[in-house]
Every structure is written in C-alpha cells, then in structure tokens.
Design a protein around this ligand. Structure first.
Ligand code: B12
Ligand code: SF4
Ligand code: SF4
Length: 309
C-alpha cells in the first residue's frame, strides 16, 4: 500500500471509531514550543503540578517517545453535551458530565493502533491522551485542525473548542496536513475579560497556577488560597467560563458519544446534596467519572470554599 492509501485508511478508520477530526503532522522536535514551555515553567505557572516539570525532552521531541517517529496523528473527540445542568446545580465543567474520557479514548486508540498494524504490517505506534508528556494542542495546530485561542484552547473553525485531544505517534510514513496558519480571534478578548481569576495572559499563555480548574481538580492541598475567595463563580469542579463566552462555541454541536451521557447527579445536585453525600456513595456514583480525580475529600473542600464565598 502507498503512503496516501495508508493515510486515507487512518482517517477513515478514525472517523468510524467516532473521532470527529483527524489530522496528521510530520514528527519533529518542537523548538518554539520548548522555549514557551520553559518560560512557562520558569514562571511557576504549573503551580504544584510537579508532573509538568518532568520529562521535558520527551515533551518536545516525539522521537523520544517512539523511536524513529515519522508522523503524529491528532484526533479530536467532541464532548459538548446536549443537556444543561439545572439552574440550582453546583457548576461542573462539561467535560466531566459523563464517563472519564481517558478510558473512553484509550479504548478507541487501542482499536485504531491495532487496525493500522493489521493493515500495514510492520508498525510502531503509541497512543496518548493527556496522560503522557505530549504537547497536544501544538500537534493539533500543526495537523491543521484549528488555532490556539487567547483562552489557550484549540479551537476548530467548524465546531468550536469543546473537544478532547488525543495523539498517536508512529514510525509510519503518512501524508501530513498543512499547519493551521490563521488565527480567528482577531480583536476579540472576551475570554480574557471573563476569566474570574485573571489566569489568561495577553500572549495566549494560561497561568495554570491561577486557573479554577487547577484549584478544584489538581491542587491536592486542603486549603485553596484565601485571595481566591469570591472568585470561583460557583464552579465546583473545573471551569468553562473562557470557552462559554467564546463566539466560536456558538457552532458547538452536541456530542454523539454514548459514554459521555451525563450522570444525573451532576446535572441536578445542589450544595446541600453534595454536602450530605457520603464517601461511600461518592465512590459508587462517580466510580467511572473524572470527579474521582479530586476524590470525595477534594469535592468537599471545593464545596466548602464556594459556599463560603
Ligand atoms: C496541565 C494541563 C492543564 C492545567 C494547566 C493549563 C495549561 N494551559 O497548561 C490546568 C489544570 C489549569 C488545565 C485546565 C484546563 N484544561 Co488542561 N491540560 C493540561 C495538559 C495535561 C498539559 C498542558 C501543557 O502542556 N501545558 C503547558 C503549556 C505551556 O502548554 P499549552 O498551554 O498547551 O501551550 C502550548 C501550546 O498551546 C503552544 N502555544 C501557547 N501559546 C502559543 C502562542 C503561539 C503564537 C503559538 C503558535 C503557540 C502557542 O505552545 C505551548 C507550549 O508548547 C493538557 C494535555 C496535554 N498533554 O497537552 C490538558 C489539556 C490542555 N486540557 C484540556 C482541557 C479541556 C482543560 C480545561 C478546559 C478543563 C476544564 N474545563 O476545567 C481547562 C482549560 C484551561 C485553559 N484555559 O487552558 C484539553 C484541551 C482541549 C482543547 N480543545 O484545547 C487538553 C489538551 C486535555 C485533552 N487531552 O483533551 N489543564
Ligand atoms: S478555565 Fe476558568 S479560571 Fe481557567 S482560564 Fe478559563 S476562565 Fe479562567
Ligand atoms: S473568546 Fe475571543 S479571544 Fe477568546 S478564544 Fe474565543 S475568539 Fe479568541
């Protein structure tokens, strides 16, 4: 089979697995991104997310993750839900309404990897979603799927930014797509103005250590800094503000992934429901949910923090 036949197969099979977009970039060292990442780390924007300081070389060079890497396949999966939370419900980011995306996407990546192997024979490839040191947004842009907005997110022109990103690095030769060269933010700055904690900087840099998503999900300490009091705008797990205000998300359409069907407690629970939820019930109801990353104790901390606002 030729390079173009391999490429066509990858894209067709990715679509059959339910991925909404698939783009391909040539695997090469990310020199500009290495500089940006280094500055970001030097400024301490990772906060207590120490894992962001590890494996710098792997993060900026795909051939360190897959020897002989030639192509980086980027896949997007829509998570925009059809349903909204109730008016009195405590706010939870849309990405966490259903089953944990890591598991859902990992399964799809496995199927894709196996199918490519079967079709092409000799093939070395590894799929990643979030869990490994890969600069996923950069690869998505390089694969022609969209641009990085002032809110730091990868935005597609057709459907906005409510997408997960996954990458498959391979030593297979594939036809690369053209890099997405345009930036459709223009003079808009709605996200910067709307961010409740001033985490968005002028040059598309997100100060992770000031983001509500960081405080409510990644921070393991029991206390959220006092200077954040009154700023969480009722967000209990994650935050969607800089995406909700983005005009490009007017084009978001509901996802069709059955695994992302919302857990009804997430749509309905108010402050009192969360407060009275026992640890055992939490573990049962949210055993497959992204909320388990914060654990019951973290959820209780977040609830207490927003209640005191
Ligand atoms: C650490 C992390 C966080 C941290 C830090 C945020 C951050 N911006 O780094 C916290 C916990 C705060 C966070 C929050 C969220 N995250 Co997060 N996060 C990550 C993770 C694991 C690593 C990101 C990283 O490498 N950061 C380091 C900085 C330096 O890199 P970066 O922001 O990606 O910027 C790079 C490029 O964007 C580019 N770039 C930056 N500026 C510019 C400017 C120009 C001109 C150019 C050309 C390029 C460029 O260069 C940078 C260095 O390479 C990725 C998964 C992954 N492996 O990539 C998910 C990921 C970025 N997160 C994701 C999501 C969904 C979120 C939230 C929306 C979740 C929520 N609703 O609460 C928020 C959004 C916050 C925001 N506005 O960015 C998605 C983003 C999907 C998308 N469409 O973009 C990812 C890709 C996970 C996934 N697999 O789907 N996240
Ligand atoms: S997710 Fe929320 S806190 Fe984080 S940058 Fe966006 S608006 Fe700001
Ligand atoms: S809100 Fe405006 S500035 Fe922010 S990402 Fe969307 S288009 Fe760009």
């Amino acid at each position: 089979m030729s390079v173009s036949q391999h490429t066509a197969f990858v894209k067709k099979y990715a679509a059959e697995l339910g991925f909404d977009y698939c783009g391909i970039a040539r695997a090469e060292r990310l020199d500009d991104d290495a500089r940006r990442l280094e500055t970001w780390l030097n400024k301490g924007m990772q906060g207590t997310m120490k894992y962001m300081e590890n494996y710098f070389d792997l993060r900026v060079d795909p051939s360190k993750l897959v020897p002989g890497a030639k192509s980086v396949i980027t896949l997007l999966l829509n998570y925009f839900p059809a349903q909204k939370q109730d008016e009195n419900a405590v706010k939870i980011s849309k990405y966490a309404f259903g089953k944990d995306y890591h598991e859902v996407i990992r399964n799809k990546l496995k199927l894709l990897t196996n199918a490519i192997k079967e079709k092409t024979g000799e093939f070395n490839g590894r799929g990643f979603v979030d869990s490994a040191p890969v600069l996923e947004r950069t690869w998505a842009t390089r694969s022609g799927l969209g641009w990085i907005g002032k809110n730091g997110n990868l935005i597609t022109k057709g459907n906005g930014s409510f997408f997960f990103i996954a990458t498959l690095i391979t030593d297979l030769d594939l036809l690369p797509d053209d890099e997405f060269a345009k930036d459709y933010c223009g003079t808009c700055r709605k996200c910067i103005d709307a961010c409740p904690t001033e985490a968005l900087r002028e040059d598309k840099v997100v100060d992770g250590s000031r983001c509500i998503s960081y405080y409510t999900i990644e921070l393991k300490e029991m206390l959220i800094p006092g200077d954040m009091k009154g700023k969480f705008d009722n967000w209990m797990f994650g935050c969607d503000t800089c995406q909700d205000v983005c005009p490009w998300n007017r084009f978001a359409s509901s996802n069709s992934e059955i695994e992302f069907a919302p857990i009804h407690e997430i749509l309905e629970y108010n402050i009192q429901d969360w407060e009275s939820l026992s640890e055992d019930s939490f573990k049962k109801i949210f055993k497959d949910s992204p909320l388990k990353r914060s654990k019951w104790i973290g959820i209780q901390r977040n609830i207490k923090f927003i209640q005191e606002e």
